[in-house]
Design a protein around this ligand. Structure first.
Ligand code: SAH
Length: 340
């Protein structure tokens, strides 16, 4: 069966024509899909004969809201979605001054195994399809009656571990006749899959690449992030330099501050020396401790000192604001509570 929502418009057109229909039917079908239609039979302007052929050969993927939490503090909305096969994923909707933003999942679970991350607790279940990534946006927009203008691929999963589906999703979401979200309004976060960063640099997609660094030496990084066993920090930073050279885009590094682990002044100086002179931004994330693990949040004072130290290296740095703190908005936590 063809997963119709994962097709590019020209592929939908080819498919419609292959069914012996006129190509304008493809635009009608496309419009229904992006309105969140979940059945061909409800597409009232399509001929019955086409509807039955579509039903024989194609499916419309579906995701349903299993749980919805709204923060009373800042209006952040967190969705737990159920997929067709019962897998659960999360998306978080946030209102920023620069526009409505959604944090999307790219996989059900994750196999990267980062020690502080709730999404890694039960390993990878499966990759999400491009349609299932699109549907997180379509369903949230429909539920909220608001348009989403920014996307961060920072939910459950490692986007570059589901490379082909994520690239297809990015090109689909960017389509003028579809959701029409500009690449410059999209951030993709990776734990640092060097081979895939190199591949991504060739795609000609002017999105913002975020790289999760979290440590300044390989031994510490390996203890936090198993991916560091595959590529050293030197190799990772070299791939980032190649990415910047190829795309002329600024990279955003993420560094989760964990008390007593990576938040000393020495760590800040090392990080400063490492990133100085690079076309980059540094995003410090006070760790959000998960129940199952023993990491503690850095003291406010330590975060301040860390930030000031980084600034002496003329690196642009921000501390990530925590939205939806009353609804466990950080990704992976809701799903972890729902799996058995
Ligand atoms: N797989 C991608 C996206 C993960 S989520 C990646 O690894 O980059 C986005 C960011 O949140 C990553 O930097 C991730 O390391 C970080 N993160 C995960 N769990 C966290 C936690 N409990 N507290 C703070 N940051 C966390």
């Amino acid at each position: 069966m063809i997963d119709i929502l994962s097709l590019y418009p020209h592929e939908i057109e080819d498919f419609i024509v292959s069914l012996g229909e006129k190509s304008f039917r493809a635009s009608q079908l496309f419009a229904w899909l992006y309105k969140g239609s979940d059945s061909f039979s409800g597409m009232t302007n399509l001929p019955r004969s086409l509807i039955s052929r579509l039903e024989e050969q194609a499916v419309i993927k579906n995701i349903v809201i299993e749980q919805k939490l709204v923060s009373v503090i800042d209006g952040t909305v967190k969705y737990l979605f159920a997929l067709d096969d019962g897998e659960k994923i999360e998306s978080v909707f946030m209102r920023y001054k620069h526009g409505n933003t959604i944090c999307l999942s790219t996989q059900a679970g994750c196999r990267m195994g980062c020690s502080f991350c709730a999404s890694a607790l039960n390993g990878l279940k499966r990759n999400l399809l491009p349609s299932e990534m699109l549907l997180q946006i379509i369903m949230a927009e429909r539920d909220l009656g608001e348009k989403i203008s920014n996307i961060v691929l920072m939910g459950i999963g490692e986007p570059l571990d589901n490379y082909d589906n994520v690239i297809r999703f990015l090109r689909l979401v960017n389509n003028k006749d579809g959701l029409n979200i500009g690449m410059r309004h999209i951030s993709l976060s990776t734990c640092g899959l060097v081979d895939k960063i190199d591949r991504l640099s060739e795609e000609n997609l002017p999105l913002t690449l975020s790289v999760s660094l979290h440590a300044t030496d390989d031994i510490k990084r390996r203890a936090l992030m198993p991916v560091a066993n595959r590529w050293s920090i030197d190799k990772l930073l070299a791939s980032c330099e190649r990415y910047i050279k190829k795309t002329s885009r600024r990279i955003s590094f993420e560094y989760a501050l964990i008390a007593g682990v990576n938040d000393s002044v020495e760590d800040a100086n090392k990080l400063g020396r490492m990133l100085a002179g690079m076309l980059c931004h540094l995003n410090l994330i006070p760790i959000n401790p998960i129940l199952e693990k023993n990491h503690k949040k850095s003291e406010k004072r330590a975060i301040e000192v860390f930030t000031r130290t980084i600034e002496t290296y003329k690196i642009s740095v921000t501390v990530r604001r925590r939205l939806g703190s009353d609804i466990n908005a950080s990704c992976g936590q809701l799903r972890a509570g729902h799996s058995n």
